[in-house]
Design a protein around this ligand. Structure first.
Ligand code: GLU
Length: 488
């Protein structure tokens, strides 16, 4: 394919959520797959709905997922995005051109009139429930009057009254619309800002966008866009409308299904690799069995042929599972580096602050069980906390008296004081020997030791954990456990 240019064109009207960013991902993958360019454009022409801080969150989301963009309004990188509110002159010039050519007209209808019209249309079940074209036919004298009075106005596009607007959608195939059902929509608002339709079409043309890949909810805007392209004398790009994302109950995805702002996933301890993999499968698939596929592989195999038409189901369980897969795939050092900010957040409650290297030493023990990075502080805490809190009764294994448990732990303490080599293998060997001497089962002795050294009944493999804790801490903790038992 020649000269692929795609864009991600979010409106900063709310925190970017997974559905929005999936559009960015598909565009980025498409550009990377075919050696094209990926452009980011902030569509902020609806000033009333713009929310502060959202542009930063959009860019932060893209950076987190490493969806880098290739150009911007400045000549050199690192590029900012294109921002529509900084391009108003372009939209005004095109509006004037459309008015002069008879493809657009000034509309002086008041808000009250438009409200009345909407009500009446609704009451009559009008087939075309939009604007009635009232200002299409104002006389030159009317227009002069209104202009002289500086009456606020919008500019509307003249939609054809007949015929059909047709699209061959790259994903949905043939789609057509009856023009008679589409009204003369606003292209320039009374505040001087263009509407989404006008700015979007002009910018896609000026930025030489070859493929518009966007969510299905925009499909109904496409006939308007195609008509605008025609009136402006521009060749339209190709369009592909991506399938909706649905909750497990097949209704439109919402917060109720656990779909929150994308950056909340980062803060909840999800890896960006897992997020990319998960989102890529929301509407696209390589085949019917591949679940785990890296960003690099995706960028080599992604294509629109495997984008489905029907809604993609969002499943948080699958995401959690996938996150675990990516966590297990990281080198312990790297995992420690990523988990460190989460552990650090909890440092005030730990008696000893671990450094990243120390965290890296214990990571291999936790890696199997971590589902998110957020689990790390709790799972790792007993390595760094000396004041373990647990109930002394947990130290007494089933089928054993309290005294017997205390003397088994004393025995373990003695053994460990004299143990030369504090490796997991040596620990296991000597403690197994001890079970024979004490005539207790491995399950009993190791269970008591697990609680004494970690404060928990379930923890990563005991001997490796003890090795990582080191002799001194193990001895201290076992000693304390004996005291707890003896105290009553
Ligand atoms: N500004 C629109 C949005 O917020 C862009 C739609 C499109 O890609 O054309 O999603």
């Amino acid at each position: 394919m020649d000269s692929i240019r795609v864009r991600y064109a979010p409106s900063p009207t709310g925190q970017p959520h997974l559905g929005n960013v999936r559009t960015a991902l598909f565009n980025w993958l498409f550009a990377r797959r075919y050696g094209g360019k990926f452009v980011v454009r902030i569509e902020d022409t609806d000033q009333e709905r713009a929310v502060d801080g959202v542009v930063d969150a959009i860019l932060e989301s893209l950076r987190w997922l490493e969806l880098d963009w290739d150009e911007g309004p400045d000549a050199d990188g690192p590029y900012g995005p294109y921002v529509q509110s900084q391009r108003l002159g372009i939209y005004h010039e095109a509006t004037d051109r459309l008015i002069s050519a008879g493809n657009a007209y000034r509309c002086y209808c008041t808000r009250e009139r438009l409200d009345e019209l909407r009500k009446a249309n609704r009451a009559n079940n009008a087939p075309n429930p939009g604007y009635d074209g009232h200002c299409r036919n104002l006389t030159q004298a009317d227009l002069r009057d209104q202009e002289g009075n500086h009456t606020p106005h919008t500019v509307r596009f003249v939609m054809p009254d007949q015929g059909e607007t047709e699209l061959v959608d790259l994903i949905r195939g043939d789609v057509s619309w009856d023009n008679a059902l589409l009204d003369d929509f606003v292209i320039l608002k009374s505040d001087g800002f263009p509407t989404y339709h006008l700015a979007n079409v002009l910018d896609d043309h000026l930025m030489e966008i070859s493929h518009v890949l966007r969510a299905e909810e925009w499909l109904s805007s496409t006939p308007r866009h195609l008509q605008l392209y025609g009136a402006l004398g521009y060749e339209p790009p190709l369009f592909g409308h991506l399938p909706m994302i649905l909750g497990p109950d097949r209704s439109k995805l919402s917060k109720r299904h656990g779909a929150t702002a994308l950056l909340e996933y980062r803060d909840a301890g999800y890896l960006s690799e897992a997020m990319v993999n998960f989102m890529a499968l929301l509407g696209w698939s390589l085949d019917d069995k591949t679940d785990v596929i890296s960003r690099e592989e995706l960028a080599q195999v992604f294509s629109l042929d495997q984008v489905g038409k029907s809604g993609a189901i969002f499943d948080t369980e699958r995401l959690l599972w996938m996150n675990g897969v990516y966590i297990r795939g990281l080198e312990p050092d790297e995992l420690a580096r990523r988990a460190y900010p989460f552990v650090r957040e909890e440092l005030p409650s730990l008696s000893r602050a671990p450094g990243p290297e120390e965290l890296a030493r214990v990571m291999p023990l936790l890696q199997e069980r971590l589902k998110t990075l957020r689990d790390a502080p709790d799972m790792a805490s007993y390595f760094f906390r000396d004041d373990l809190e647990y109930d002394a009764s947990l130290l007494v294994p089933k089928g054993m008296e309290r005294d017997a448990a205390a003397s088994a732990l004393h025995g373990a303490h003695r053994t460990l004081v004299n143990l030369h080599d504090f490796s997991a293998a040596a620990l296991e060997e000597s403690l197994r020997t001890l079970t024979g001497e004490l005539e207790v089962s491995g399950r009993q002795l190791f269970g008591a030791l697990r609680v004494a050294t970690t404060g928990r009944t379930a923890a990563p493999p005991l001997f490796e954990t003890m090795e990582a804790l080191g002799r001194e801490r193990c001895l201290k903790r076992i000693h304390r456990a004996c005291e707890m038992l003896e105290a009553g």
